[in-house]
Design a protein around this ligand. Structure first.
Ligand code: NAG
Length: 251
């Protein structure tokens, strides 16, 4: 909850804290022996309230000043006088990106770097196109949950819980599926035509880590990748070559 999550989030959070605080205060009058614990709870919520208050929405929006650094709370705000309607409009999701790549996939992000108006608002979008046999390999968005809406074709989508349980289904036009924040997930074209979907993320900066690249597109010596993955050396070298890993010669 360290991120500034917009007016609504702040409002709801403050209200929830108020009501819990009120209950604590009421009980304090009735049960005197527990008063010390309740007083501590009271102080805890009071401090929490001050903490959340410091993130109060004091302006209508905070369009990203992309020239500055990105902090955990997002970018700093562009000067209001320099903000235009185009900061709140992203026009790039009307057409498929280029799916000529090993995954046969194109993703067009409308995250904060492309769409500065979402800064501080806790959401962003992307377009996903899967050519025939296309796949978004297993990946995570460390910073966001994802809602996927299928617009064309069929997509076999799934995620893997931290208990290693798979939740997987073939989605068709009009279906949406949610992928909880941080969990590994994938999307595969399961139809006979190209598939298109739109994804909404619960962060302006969802971030993306693709497991294949994390494991084999890095610069760990192949010998260590063999140790950490239980694959044999030839397979590791093949994957490193395909996924742009270095350290292949350091066996
Ligand atoms: C799509 O990407 C491929 C591979 O990078 C490239 O050869 C091709 O020209 C691109 N097509 C378009 C329409 O940009």
């Amino acid at each position: 909850m360290t991120k500034w999550s917009g007016t609504m989030g702040h409002y709801c959070t403050s209200r929830a804290l108020y009501s819990i605080q009120d209950i604590a205060v009421e009980r304090n009058h009735i049960h005197q022996p527990k008063s010390r614990i309740l007083k501590m709870i009271h102080i805890f919520f009071y401090v929490s309230f001050l903490f959340f208050s410091s993130h109060a929405a004091v302006q209508d929006f905070c369009v990203a000043n992309l020239k500055g650094p990105e902090s955990p709370a997002g970018y700093s705000c562009k000067k209001p006088a320099e903000v235009t309607v185009d900061d709140f409009v992203f026009s790039g999701l009307g057409m498929s990106g280029n799916t000529t790549n090993i995954f046969k996939v194109a993703v067009i992000p409308a995250f904060v770097p492309q769409f500065p108006g979402v800064n501080g608002l806790g959401l962003s979008m992307a377009r996903l196109d899967l050519a025939l046999d296309g796949v978004v390999p297993t990946h995570t968005h460390p910073g966001a949950s994802e809602l996927l809406l299928v617009m064309q074709g069929s997509i076999l989508a799934g995620f893997i819980s931290s208990a290693n349980r798979v939740y997987m289904k073939t989605l068709h036009k009009g279906d949406i599926m949610v992928f909880p924040q941080g969990l590994l997930h994938f999307q595969v074209n399961a139809g006979a035509i190209p598939a298109t979907a739109f994804a909404t993320f619960s962060s302006p900066s969802p971030r993306l880590q693709i497991t294949d690249f994390a494991l084999f597109g890095n610069n760990l010596p192949s010998k260590l990748v063999v140790k950490t993955t239980f694959l044999d050396l030839a397979q590791v070298k093949k994957l490193k070559a395909a996924l742009g890993g270095t350290g292949r010669s350091m066996t």
